[in-house]
Design a protein around this ligand. Structure first.
Ligand code: SF4
Ligand code: SF4
Length: 120
């Protein structure tokens, strides 16, 4: 049987660090399993904080202060992810919006969705 070899696709508009963002771009935010689990956890924690703030009648400014105070702890937490690699502004390099590139399929080379990225 003939083995098919696909051409490299690093210049595809959907190519990110070896992964393909096409499924996420097609339906942004639809597939929760693509999302960074750490960000999802923080989102839940922030919602819980807002709920508490409502109970205690705290203003949003105070809520933001409480949240910001724990930034360092959160930074330590995201570093514990086994795939974490430091990127811009202390965030993970594999973060694409709310999506974790590791949860997306790997690009195996030029496929039918291949689209040449514009240069510049
Ligand atoms: S070539 Fe296909 S699999 Fe590779 S990044 Fe582009 S769309 Fe995704
Ligand atoms: S690799 Fe990065 S983006 Fe993916 S789950 Fe871990 S911290 Fe989030």
């Amino acid at each position: 049987m003939v083995k098919i070899h696909y051409l490299p696709a690093k210049n595809c508009v959907f190519y990110r660090l070896g992964f393909c963002i096409y499924p996420e771009v097609l339906n942004p935010g639809y597939n929760q399993s693509f999302q960074c689990t750490i960000l999802l956890k923080w989102e839940e924690e922030y919602d819980q904080l807002l709920d508490k703030a409502e109970v205690f009648g705290l203003e949003l400014e105070k809520v933001e202060k409480i949240w910001t105070k724990k930034s360092n702890t959160r930074y330590e937490e995201i570093k514990k992810c086994p795939h974490f690699v430091e990127g811009e502004e202390n965030f993970c390099r594999y973060l694409y919006g709310y999506t974790c590139l590791y949860e997306l399929p790997k690009c195996k080379g030029k496929c039918k969705h291949y689209t040449l990225a514009e240069e510049g």
